[in-house]
Design a protein around this ligand. Structure first.
Ligand SMILES: [Zn+2]
Length: 174
């Protein structure tokens, strides 16, 4: 005879499963800095032993940053919603008047497009790091409460975690 489980056991097991499904996804974001070209970019590819810049042959400075892929994805997902709301000039929650919003959006159309593409690219890379589709945390999930250091980095009010701010990893050259 197979093992029979009662309803409350079954419920607690499904809760555990749901929790595991929405738990942190550990991963690494790798920042690459070329001291010769002064370029900084990120990649999802960890290469032991380092790499040289294909443009100039200089040894690349690297910084591996441990991240919760789901946390980064969630915040990026929210950023995208904020940027889309700006594009639709539909910022009910903002303190700016409709006229002010229209002006900002008119001036910053290109920048909004760029930021949006940046978030889409970031989410694509996060899916590569995770190796699967990522479900964001629920609406009420607060990054700060879970130890993810967040900063508003833009007048549009989008959030970047410290993992997405490479300046701290590479000393500024004079
Ligand atoms: Zn270079």
């Amino acid at each position: 005879m197979g093992k029979v489980i009662n309803l409350s056991e079954w419920r607690s097991q499904s809760k555990e499963k749901a929790k595991a499904k929405l738990g942190p996804i550990p991963g690494f974001l790798v920042w690459l800095h070329c001291p010769t070209c002064k370029t900084t970019e990120y990649t999802e590819l960890r290469i032991p032993g380092g790499r040289v810049h294909n443009k100039c042959g200089t040894l690349i400075q690297e910084a591996e940053v441990a991240i919760d892929v789901r946390a980064e994805y969630t915040v990026s997902h929210r950023n995208l919603k904020i940027l889309e709301a700006w594009q639709k000039q539909n910022m009910e929650s903002s303190n700016a008047s409709q006229k002010e919003v229209n002006e900002i959006v008119g001036r910053a159309k290109h920048l909004l497009d760029q930021l949006k593409a940046g978030e889409q690219e970031f989410q694509h890379r996060l899916r590569l790091i995770a190796g699967k589709k990522i479900e964001p945390y629920p609406e009420d999930w607060d990054p700060q409460e879970h130890g993810v250091d967040m900063r508003i980095v833009h007048p549009f009010g989008i959030y970047f975690s410290t993992a997405r701010q490479p300046d701290q990893y590479f000393p500024r050259e004079q």
